[in-house]
Design a binder for this molecule. Structure first.
Ligand SMILES: NC(=O)c1ccc[n+]([C@@H]2O[C@H](COP(=O)([O-])OP(=O)(O)OC[C@H]3O[C@@H](n4cnc5c(N)ncnc54)[C@H](O)[C@@H]3O)[C@@H](O)[C@H]2O)c1
Length: 339
């Protein structure tokens, strides 16, 4: 078993909690830094008290908290972020300050012992680029700073650049992973911001699914276990250093197709009967400033080649696992509530 030490910022959030559990179960010493309370640990609450697990309630924008959590880490997985386009449009200043300040602290603390940093960026950095699939070397395309829709993309992109600059200037080993839509049990349940959690909630509350627009826009959804697997590989594969990788699943589906599929699985699991769907405007769900992207599919050639990454859970199977978990375990304790 490995004796390696990891710090996961944002480790109480959706991806962070699954990542922390996986690291811990593979023998790592894991410190979670998150600004949420111990009562919000949700899916990893049972790890509290274990000698290889430490939870630090703290703020990644505070240097001392990052030092406390990460100064011994071999790898810092930096996931703490204001998350989701809708949330970031609501408070661009908080988004910029939270993400940029925390990114600097993580990089500076990592420099002390040359810890590796794996930074969680987003597919949103590609902006409205009309290309399928999106490859890591593609340009970013979005409007200027007067359009708040793109603050999340802009800030993630700047954080990516900081990672690259620390690698170039200080030889600090940094890796950027660009996540494409993940999903799984517990994601965003209390404050649903993303489509699968919104549909899950509609199903559990017995309401028709709310499909934005005509539902012909497509996405590619990646089950949480595959996201975590890709993130672990980014932290482990030596050739990954100084590089950026798309992490996701390239199986593409329209949002209307997703609604139909989730309804069919929910019916098969006895969770819903004849709910159907209704069409709503983008503004009604995400606010008037939101600009939807028509297609977004990750190009995975580089991740496959360099990391050996391969998503293993098909959408049908991942949705079945997710809905079955809600049916069998009910709604989890809050996950990622403070993001
Ligand atoms: N889930 C996805 O599909 C997806 C897609 C693209 C990018 N990402 C990125 O992956 C990361 C994890 O996403 P998630 O879906 O798990 O989000 P999440 O909101 O569930 O988790 C984020 C966590 O970060 C914590 N946090 C935020 N600011 C903090 C701070 N200053 N100090 C300490 N903790 C702080 C929050 O409390 C929360 O627990 C984020 O960086 C997000 O931008 C996720």
């Amino acid at each position: 078993m490995s004796e390696r030490k990891a710090c996961v910022t944002g480790g109480a959030g959706f991806i962070g909690a699954f990542l922390s559990r996986r690291l811990w179960s593979e023998g790592w010493h894991v410190t979670v830094l998150d600004c949420c309370g111990q009562e919000d640990l949700g899916l990893i609450a049972d790890l509290l008290g274990h000698p290889r697990f430490r939870f630090l309630r703290g703020d990644a924008t505070v240097r001392h908290d990052v030092e406390d959590a990460a100064s011994e880490a071999d790898v810092i997985f930096h996931l703490a972020s204001v998350v989701g386009v809708g949330t970031t449009i609501g408070d661009p200043i908080r988004t910029i300050r939270n993400n940029i300040d925390s990114m600097f602290h993580v990089l500076e603390v990592a420099r002390r012992r040359n810890s590796k940093v794996v930074f969680s960026s987003s597919a949103d950095v590609y902006g409205i680029l009309d290309k399928v699939p999106l490859e890591e070397e593609d340009d970013n395309l979005y409007a200027g700073p007067h359009v708040r829709r793109w603050v999340y993309a802009r800030v993630k992109s700047l954080e990516e650049q900081l990672c690259f600059e620390y690698w170039r200037r200080y030889n600090l080993p940094t890796v950027v992973v660009r996540y494409f839509n993940s999903y799984g049990y517990g994601m965003d349940y209390y404050f649903p911001r993303r489509v699968i959690p919104l549909f899950v909630r509609n199903i559990l509350e017995g309401r028709p699914l709310e499909v934005v627009g005509d539902g012909s826009q497509t996405r590619s959804f990646c089950y949480i276990d595959d996201m975590v697997h890709g993130t672990m590989l980014a932290g482990e594969v030596p050739e990954a250093v100084g590089e950026v990788f798309n992490i996701g699943n390239d199986e593409e589906i329209t949002i209307l197709g997703l609604a139909r599929k989730m309804l069919a699985i929910a019916e098969e699991l006895g969770m819903a009967q004849g709910l159907g769907w209704r069409h709503v405007t983008t503004g009604a769900v995400y606010g008037e400033e939101f600009e939807d992207i028509h297609r977004r599919v990750p190009g995975l050639a580089k991740s496959r080649r360099v990391l050996g990454y391969q998503p293993r859970v098909p959408l049908d199977e991942g949705l079945r696992r997710t809905l079955r978990a809600y049916r069998d375990h009910g709604v989890p304790q809050a996950v990622g509530v403070a993001g």
